[in-house]
Write a protein that binds this ligand. Structure first.
Ligand SMILES: [Mg+2]
Length: 253
């Protein structure tokens, strides 16, 4: 695995679409959420001015940019309002994409998840912080693992339940992953695997990164890549990677 600073102009000559995970890549990891009765409090992180400039520059160079996250659309729109003219937003682990104001639904999970949600909502445990509002997947934030949740999910053969150190993501196995959203956006732009570069830092990025000709991992302990970038460096992983891509294209920022 090479450090991203070794990425050359030659290596990315076929790349037309750049795909970004959000947490740990474009913004620092961690979601602040609190749920008391029917009141959910959720912190909105904002993309930094520098990343706005970098994404604009990528767009001006002719790259398509897809922001591919486990988060919901309402949240991504708040986080990325300033770059929405230049990107597509693929959300809830590939379930749906927003592009130029239009929605492209890739997965219909309703019948697959509706029976399990009430069971999970009944679990009472001091570790549980709250259910993040989602349309297509289930995300339960917790201080640490919750045995009762894992017990319920053991009997759900059709569903995955990924613990990422801060939350459980629950969706349809092999179908409801970031890859299905990426493949659909590749079709929209008429692109092949060799035209795609993807960066991610977590277990739910694996399938998406396997779909890309070039993958960049921001956490080697969780997911592999062609290249790597430090998770906890001075700059955000997306910043380091975009700086390099812009640099080999002759743009300094
Ligand atoms: Mg992430």
């Amino acid at each position: 695995m090479l450090h991203i600073s070794k990425l050359t102009k030659e290596a990315i000559k076929e790349i037309k679409l750049i795909v970004f995970d959000v947490d740990g890549v474009l913004v620092p990891r961690g979601t602040k959420i609190k749920q008391e009765g029917n009141t959910t409090t959720l912190e909105t992180k904002r993309i930094h001015e520098k990343q706005i400039e970098q994404i604009k520059k990528l767009y001006e160079l002719g790259y398509y940019v897809d922001i591919n996250s486990g988060r919901g659309l309402y949240m991504l729109q708040e986080m990325f309002r300033e770059v929405m003219p230049f990107v597509s937003l693929t959300y809830e682990n590939g379930s749906c994409s927003w592009y130029k104001g239009k929605l492209y639904q890739h997965v219909n999970s309703y019948e697959h998840l509706r029976h399990v949600l009430p069971k999970l909502q009944k679990v009472k445990h001091a570790n549980i912080k709250g259910f993040e509002p989602k349309e297509f997947i289930i995300t339960i934030h917790a201080h640490d693992r919750v045995p009762q949740i894992e017990e319920i999910m053991k009997t759900e053969d059709e569903l995955y339940c990924i613990w990422n150190g801060e939350a459980y993501d629950i969706g349809i196995k092999e179908i409801q992953t970031k890859a299905i959203g990426l493949r659909n956006m590749m079709d929209v732009h008429n692109l092949k695997k060799e035209n795609v570069l993807a960066i991610g830092d977590n277990y739910n990025d694996k399938e998406m990164m396997d779909c890309a000709g070039i993958s960049v991992t921001a956490d080697k302990t969780r997911v592999e890549g062609t290249y790597y970038v430090e998770l906890n460096g001075e700059k955000l992983p997306a910043d380091v990677m975009m700086t390099q891509i812009l640099k080999v294209n002759g743009v300094k920022i």
